[in-house]
Design a protein around this ligand. Structure first.
Ligand code: NAD
Length: 372
């Protein structure tokens, strides 16, 4: 088992699928997954049947608005296993050579790309050219140039491009964002994001620059980048960053082990963040304002996310992130729903622009201005 998986699993408690919850959640709001549903359904093919693809597929079983109808994989034995587990017909199974043919498949509305990072760019563009909506895992690509090309290709093909930012639908995260928006924290002064775990197997694709596009920053540091933006509620205008590497054999050139970085926002708020593949127990967001604070600890694991503010513990219910994400993304694609925190290609592109600036700041040893 990869150490990333064991890291996230350690953070995960037994998962409570939403349909098991009563129609009213603890907070008193209606739980849409417990209500009967007769509207349109987003039919999704998953590309990349690895560990996260499987987690998404399992979570989608509880969805009402989204359904797994197809698979794309280079491994015939995995396709067979998924076919029997998820009842997928032969005609909805593709490999990496022939998946452009989804174009002619009326049973697939969208493809969810869950492959190694450096493959996302070409795969997303091919899906867009086949006329299907695309959901792409984070990081959306390995640099902003690629990300822009993906956004442009999806626009040209008139398909939606969404990024798998599951925390944008997470209830405790959304409560802190609501409090910040309603002024309950006062003027925002500071954000801290700590994102890291010890990467295990040195042969895994995450430590291969060709497939990962970088190191910890691409994989886990991106949570602090993305989190700083939605927690502070502004886009950064400058970046400074410092890299340390203790194991240059395991973390080769272009594969970052540990980077500390700072982001400056137009209001004067600053973020101080750590991204690492060499330390465990790092998964914390802390937002500080003149009137109060919000903390998520853990902030980004599969849950339960725990949180508190200056007013006390947050008690929003734990939800299976990927179930709610897919349910909400079906609403965005099929009904034009607007999420509270965006999950579109432009959102993914902003994070890539910041990653480019962080790498430039490390390389050049200077403060880098940016406009995202
Ligand atoms: P994984 O190694 O478990 O799965 C990757 C899959 O891609 C495998 O099935 C593999 O066979 C396939 N693949 C296709 N072409 C490949 C190639 N050339 N080389 C290697 N594998 C190839 O990885 P994962 O953990 O499922 O990660 C996949 C993507 O999902 C990554 O972009 C990662 O950042 C993202 N992810 C997101 C989350 C999240 O919480 N949102 C969590 C884990 C992973």
């Amino acid at each position: 088992m990869s150490s990333r998986r064991s890291f996230l699993q350690k953070l995960a408690a037994p998962i409570v699928a939403l349909p098991l919850l009563s129609e009213k959640t603890k907070a008193g709001s209606i739980n849409p997954l417990a209500m009967p549903y007769q509207g349109p359904v987003l039919r999704v093919a998953i590309m990349g049947l690895g560990s996260y693809g499987r987690r998404v597929a399992d979570a989608m079983v509880a969805c009402k608005k989204a359904k797994l109808t197809g698979v794309i994989s280079g491994t015939p034995s995995k396709i067979k296993e998924w076919q029997s587990k998820f009842n997928i017909p032969e005609k909805n199974c593709y490999n990496y050579e022939n998946f452009d043919q989804v174009k002619n498949n009326p049973d697939i509305d969208a493809v969810y790309v869950i492959t190694p990072n450096a493959l996302h760019h070409d795969q997303v563009i091919r899906v867009a050219k086949a006329g299907k909506h695309v959901i792409c895992e984070k990081p959306m690509a390995i640099n902003a140039k690629e990300g822009q090309e993906m956004v442009d290709a999806c626009k040209a093909a008139k398909v939606k491009l969404l990024v798998g930012y599951r925390l944008h639908f997470e209830p405790k995260t959304l409560e802190i964002v609501r409090m910040r928006k309603d002024g309950e924290l006062g003027k925002i002064m500071f954000f801290q994001g700590l994102s890291g775990f010890r990467a295990g197997d040195p042969t895994q694709w995450r430590l291969n620059k060709q497939l990962a596009g970088g190191g910890a920053m691409m994989d886990i540091g991106i949570y602090s980048i993305n989190g700083s933006r939605y927690m502070v509620g502004e886009e950064p205008i400058w970046v400074t960053a410092q890299e340390t590497k203790t194991d240059p054999v395991k973390f080769k050139a272009g594969v970052d082990e540990t980077i500390q970085f700072q982001l400056g926002f137009p209001s004067g708020a600053v973020a101080s963040c750590l991204s690492t593949y060499n330390m465990n127990n790092l998964d914390r967001f802390f937002l500080n304002g003149e009137k109060g604070f919000g903390e998520l600890l853990p902030a980004t694991g599969y849950g339960p996310i725990r949180g508190r503010t200056h007013k006390g513990e947050l008690d929003q219910p734990h939800i299976t992130h990927q179930t709610v994400q897919m349910e909400e993304m079906a609403g965005i694609i099929l009904e034009g729903k607007q999420p509270i925190i965006p999950v579109d290609g432009e959102e993914g592109l902003r994070d890539l622009k910041i990653i480019d600036a962080i790498y430039a700041a490390v390389k050049e040893g200077r403060k880098v201005s940016l406009k995202v």
